[in-house]
Ligand binder design. Structure first.
Ligand SMILES: *Cc1c(COP(=O)(O)O)cnc(C)c1O
Length: 370
């Protein structure tokens, strides 16, 4: 309580925000909400649950946000046994918090865990952990319209192991950070580079899993996302688009989001056949597009179709729906329609409208908490 009062006065003195946001009803952390970035802002609490030796998760708890201790022989450090999930909490005008399709993330974490030989939490345990983390960090949820509280969930092999085997113990962690609206007014369309040298995922690999090792170079799954992304960024591109590793010909996905192309009334996205991540945003956008009267297809998309597309966009929890201005492939730069008259802003505003409680939805996608 004392902490809350101190924060209240500190804020009042330091920023004079009191007038702009309704601090009588909601309590806010000391953040310059108008200049929120996309980097980590540490919040007050995290949630931790350790498995017992037989791989059961029983009791988790909130604790102050801080470093965690790991045995040098921990499976996650030595063999990269780790998966993650990401979701967001939004603040409604009445101060309630809204969580979006958490069951989807919970189910996906179970599937990822199974593929990575890890025990997993129940859907209810997952949802409860997210709720507790969001509530405990409520003052870090941005005011309506200013952004969201991004919530990251990790499941890591934290037990010590020397020979190659699944970890004897696991730790489940949840932490949160406020993030701005990625798609801020006036944010530039993405310029994407089609990666031909590095593959993201291979057939029979774990590209469809939200595994931490899909980002840094790993062995079994041929992933080189950090390498390819860093290289593309140094050449002025915003992100990388991967092709399938067998034919080097069909679209897969962008580093951490799924891709869609628009041609006339048809919206297409690569089918999830094990090498791409089955995004919750992807799935939701397909449904929203159909509700808007578009035809939505999940299929094989040859890279050649990029030259005929009217519009291209990416989807993910972090970006929402992000429009792509250009894609460069084999030295050729293809440009796409952007602006208010295109399809993606429509889909984006419906998605965000649902997520922030401005559009009433009957799909059961939203969970409201205090
Ligand atoms: C998380 C992620 C996505 C997007 O999934 P969402 O559930 O929509 O956030 C897409 N591709 C990769 C590789 C990812 O890790």
């Amino acid at each position: 309580m004392l902490e809350v009062i101190l924060r209240y006065y500190k804020k009042q003195l330091a920023t004079g925000y009191l007038g702009s946001y309704d601090l009588d009803k909601h309590e806010y952390a000391d953040v310059d909400w108008d200049n929120l970035g996309s980097g980590l802002v540490q919040t007050d609490y995290m949630y931790i649950m350790k498995s017992s030796n037989d791989g059961k998760f029983e009791q988790g708890q909130l604790s102050r946000y801080g470093n965690i201790e790991l045995n040098p022989a921990a499976a996650v450090l030595n063999y990269g046994q780790a998966i993650y999930e990401g979701t967001k909490a939004d603040r409604k005008r009445d101060g309630k918090l809204l969580l979006f399709r958490l069951d989807q993330n919970a189910i996906r974490m179970k599937i990822s865990a199974e593929r990575m030989c890890m025990p997993s939490l129940s859907v209810d345990q997952f949802i409860d952990a997210v709720k507790q983390t969001a509530q405990a960090n409520k003052c870090w949820v941005p005011p309506p319209g200013k952004g969201s509280l991004y919530i990251r969930l990790l499941l890591i092999g934290s037990g010590p192991i020397l020979g190659l085997a699944p970890s004897p113990e696991y730790t489940f962690l949840v932490y949160a950070s406020p993030v701005r609206n990625y798609f801020k007014e006036g944010s530039a369309p993405l310029n994407i580079f089609v990666e031909e040298e590095y593959d993201r995922a291979s057939r029979g690999g774990a590209g469809g899993v939200k595994g931490s090792t899909n980002y840094a170079p790993a062995s079994r799954i041929i992933t080189t996302v950090l390498k390819a992304l860093t290289r593309a960024k140094s050449r002025g591109f915003s992100d990388v688009l991967y092709l399938d590793s067998v034919h080097n010909k069909n679209l897969e996905e962008v580093s951490s989001c799924n891709i869609f192309i628009v041609k006339d009334n048809v919206i297409s996205t690569p089918a999830t056949s094990g090498t791409i991540l089955s995004g919750v945003t992807r799935k939701s956008v397909i449904e929203i597009a159909r509700d808007h009267g578009y035809q939505a297809e999940e299929r094989v998309i040859p890279v050649d179709e990029l030259s005929e597309a009217d519009e291209v966009f990416c989807t993910g929890t972090a970006v929402g729906v992000a429009i792509v201005g250009s894609i460069s492939y084999k030295g050729q730069r293809m440009e796409y329609k952007t602006g208010a008259k295109t399809v993606s802003p429509q889909l984006y505003s419906t998605l965000v409208g649902i997520q922030t409680g401005q559009i009433e939805e009957k799909k059961g996608w939203i969970m409201e908490i205090d």
